[in-house]
Each structure stands twice: as C-alpha cells, then as structure tokens.
Design a protein around this ligand. Structure first.
Ligand SMILES: NC(=O)c1ccc[n+]([C@@H]2O[C@H](COP(=O)([O-])OP(=O)(O)OC[C@H]3O[C@@H](n4cnc5c(N)ncnc54)[C@H](O)[C@@H]3O)[C@@H](O)[C@H]2O)c1
Length: 458
C-alpha cells in the first residue's frame, strides 16, 4: 500500500488538473487543510463583435429562466427570443429581458429566425428530443436540459441528428463543468483514495416543493396555457393545470426521480470516473407519502454494476423526515472522497500493515511463540513511519456557479466548433443509465444495458 503523502499527492493532482481546472490555495481563515478552488479566468482575449452569439429560450419555466440568466452573463451572448406555452411566462420574459424580446407560444417561429444562433431548451422532458431535433435541423446549436431523453428511442435520434446536422448539442448537467467535480476527478486520478471500489449517492428531500408541488398561477386556464402544444406526443387528456405546472409528477411528461435527480448523480459519477455507464441496474421504490394523484414514485433505491471498476448505489427520498441532504461518496481502498454542495473532501484513514492477532483462546506457550514471530515480522517502528491519516476539503468560492461555467463551455464550443464537454453521447449514457431504474421497477427485473453501444439488452 502506498502511504499517502500530501506533497506527492498535491504534485500528482496538480499534474492531472492542468488539463482541467484551476489552482487551489489555502484559506487561512477557515483552518488547516481547507482549500479554496479558483475558477478559471475568462480568456484575456476580448470577445469581438462578430463573435456575438444570439440565443433564444424554448421553455421559459424555472430552469429555462435560470439558465438564461446565467447564459447571458457569458461575454458576447444576447437573448433575442423566448417560446413558452404559458402567457404569464412570456410576459415575465419581457419584464426580465426587455419589451423588445420576441415572444411566442410556437418555437418554430423562433427556429425560422435568422438572428438566432443557439437555443436553450428548458421544456419538460417529453419535449427534449423533438425541440432539440427541430432546432438542430433549423441550423441552431442546442443547450438541452437534462435528462436528455424521456424514452430510450430519443437518444439515438438526437445523437444522429447532431451528427447529420453538424450542430453542437450540449446537455445541461452542469456538474460536468463544475470546478468541484473537476477537482474530484483530479483527486481520484491522482490516487488520493487509492483504487475506487464503490460509489454511493443520495438526494433526499423533505418539503412539498422538493416533491415537485410547484405553485400553480391563479390565471391557469386553457386560454392562458397552450395545453395541446404542451401535451405534444403525450396521451391527450383535458386541460389539467396541475399536470401543466407540476408535470414531473406524471410519467407522460417526466422521468420520475430517476431522470430528474439520478441523472445528475450519473453525470457526476461518469465525469469523475471516466466511466461510460453500468452494464446492469436494478431498482426498487414506492409512493410513500405524496399520494396526490401522481404516478411517479417518491422513494427510489437503485443499484448499478460497473464491472471491473466499482458498484454504484443511488437513493432519492422525498420524505426523509429530517434534514434534506445530498451528496456522493466515493470509496477507495485508501480513503473516501465526498462531494457536497460546493465542496469535495478527502478522508484517509490508512489500514495498519500489521494485521493484529487474535490469540487469547490459544495455550499460553503458543501465544508467546506467535507474539515473538509477529514482533519480528511487524516491528513496533513502522518502516514507512506512522500511517498518515488525512483530511482535506476543497471549497468553491462564494457565489460560484457551475451553470455559468457550463454555459461558458457551451458557448466556447459554439464559437470554436470544437466538441462540447457534455455531448449527446455523454447525455444519453447518463440518462440511459438513470432510466434503467424506472424499467427495473416497472418490470420487476434486473435490466441489462450496453454502455458502449448505448443499447438495452433486456
Ligand atoms: N440542470 C438542472 O439542475 C435542472 C434543474 C431543474 C430542471 N431541469 C430540467 O429543466 C427542464 C424544465 O424544468 P422546469 O423545472 O424549468 O419546468 P417548468 O415547468 O418550470 O418549465 C417548463 C416550461 O416549458 C414550457 N413548455 C412546455 N412545452 C413546451 C413547448 N412545446 N414549447 C415551448 N415551451 C414549452 C412550459 O410552458 C413551462 O413554462 C426539465 O427537463 C428539468 O429536468 C434541470
């Protein structure tokens, strides 16, 4: 076993991180072994006028509006148009981004505009495929929110269109651009926790909002909401304000906790480990508390195999009965690495080389003989010095936004035409893995998946 040594570790970590991100520096005020990560600086080169990128937003709900507010902070990026199915959100878009912002219920009007270079797709999951494909075919680059797919056949169709249209598509799992996840990737690669054997992650909530019960506006009606357009390919039913504004609760539009939250945990795990995905997944779950007419479960546990590498266990609980918490724990044979909101920490408690003795039950003379041999083999003075326990925490600066970095990376690719950090293949591998949980629960079976070919095998 290699005894961990901080200098060695920082050196190797720095060597790996050169390719990805940021130096770290100690934070004197917050104590020993806590380091503040420094985000990459903006490129020194000023953005030329003809480098301007004009964007439009398709789906201006909570995430679409948040995404846009981050995206337009990237130098040289301007919003010109918004499409949404609810009048109130079109009105709000003009309040936020100016009365001259073009708004429409029909995103095709946006795709027909020559002054739109790229679109952000913040629709419910069941529209991701169609809106992305229509946008790419209209010559627009695409930032599509996670989960990339609603059903498995969405994945190959989106990948194929990205190829044939030669458009950039980035999926919106922002952790892939996070300095915290980049640091975690470096730490793992540098051997900070030894050889990885297990990843466990959780995303627990304990609130009505956390369980997707978003506010329904008082004017919600078939007049203010374009219900047929919202429904798209979903089964046709009469207008339901609840389904319109709280769509995650129904499989017709959403992908359950698997597509909403597991997918972030998969994206993070795949980014950090470089893995393409599990070969099989199994899940169990139930509707334990939010029995309000929804058909999506509020408790889901999933287990996934990454052969020759590690095992993954994921959990989402919308009724955790206490402190809401989320995070990932990577376990290696020399330590653990934990990721929380805005930080990553390493904890090493190396095993003693001396295996110890359990000899009390043996005859006295034999005990003495074993002890003498043991003392020769494992002298008191450890040849490599006392095993070094270690704890280090790397923290993102206040106000750090991985969403901003994800957009910065996206627009860099839009300009350079170089590959994005999270393309449709990465997005499909993450979402395809996540949705194994839904299939497993539905079929009550272990579901096999080929992560290289991105194909269901059962
Ligand atoms: N990356 C993240 O951390 C993150 C966080 C939250 C949500 N999301 C994702 O963002 C997406 C949107 O989630 P949300 O919470 O903003 O939902 P939301 O309900 O607040 O917003 C969705 C909007 O899409 C509009 N819409 C529906 N069909 C449309 C169509 N055909 N054309 C134009 N607009 C249409 C709706 O009118 C609605 O305003 C989801 O896929 C979700 O998984 C990602």
């Amino acid at each position: 076993m290699q005894i961990w040594n901080r200098r060695h570790f920082l050196k190797t970590a720095a060597a790996v991180s050169a390719a990805t991100v940021a130096a770290s520096r100690a934070v004197a005020a917050t104590g020993k072994n806590v380091f503040l990560l420094t985000p990459e600086q903006e490129p020194a080169r000023p953005v030329a006028a003809n480098d301007h990128i004009q964007i439009a937003l398709i789906g201006a709900g909570g995430q679409g509006m948040y995404d846009t507010s981050e995206a337009i902070q990237v130098p040289g990026v301007k919003l010109v148009a918004v499409a949404d199915c609810y009048n109130g959100r079109l009105e709000r878009s003009k309040e936020l981004w100016g009365a001259d912002t073009f708004t429409t219920r029909d995103y095709n009007e946006i795709l027909a505009r020559k002054d739109v270079d790229a679109v952000i797709i913040g629709t419910p999951d069941h529209w991701h495929k169609q809106a992305s494909i229509d946008s790419m075919k209209a010559g627009k680059d695409v930032y599509c929110e996670k989960p990339m797919i609603h059903i498995y056949s969405d994945g190959p169709a989106m990948i194929e269109t990205a190829k044939t249209s030669n458009r950039i598509i980035q999926i919106g799992s922002q952790r892939v651009s996070s300095i915290i996840y980049a640091k975690a990737k470096d730490l793992l690669a540098s051997g900070a926790i030894g050889k990885l054997n297990m990843v466990t992650a959780r995303w627990d909530r304990n609130s009505s909002m956390g369980a997707w019960n978003y506010t329904i506006p008082p004017d919600a009606s078939p007049e203010t909401c374009d219900w047929p357009r919202f429904e798209g390919t979903a089964p046709k039913i009469p207008f339901s304000a609840e389904r319109f504004f709280q769509w995650r609760k129904w499989k017709d539009y959403g992908t359950g906790v698997a597509g909403d939250l597991f997918v972030h945990l998969f994206s993070g795990t795949h980014f950090i480990t470089g893995s393409h995905g599990p070969t099989q997944g199994m899940a169990t779950g139930g509707l334990r508390y939010w029995k309000d007419g929804r058909d999506a479960l509020d408790v889901v546990l999933g287990l996934f195999d990454y052969p020759q590498a590690f095992n993954l266990s994921l959990r989402v609980n919308f009724v955790d009965g206490g402190d809401e918490s989320e995070g990932l724990l990577f376990t290696g044979d020399e330590g653990t690495m934990e990721i929380g909101g805005g930080w990553v920490s390493i904890n090493r408690v190396p095993r003693e080389k001396d295996p110890g003795l359990t000899i009390d039950t043996f005859p006295k003379a034999m005990q003495a003989q074993i002890e003498a041999e043991h003392a020769k083999k494992y002298p008191r003075q450890h040849p490599e010095g006392a095993p070094a326990a270690g704890f280090e925490k790397f923290v993102a600066p206040d106000g750090y936004s991985d969403s901003y970095d994800h957009f910065k990376n996206f627009f860099a690719s839009v300009r350079s035409r170089k590959p994005v950090v999270e393309d449709a293949v990465f997005g499909y591998r993450a979402a395809g893995a996540a949705l194994l949980s839904n299939l497993s629960i539905q079929k009550k079976e272990v579901i096999k998946w080929d992560p290289e070919e991105m194909k269901l095998l059962s």
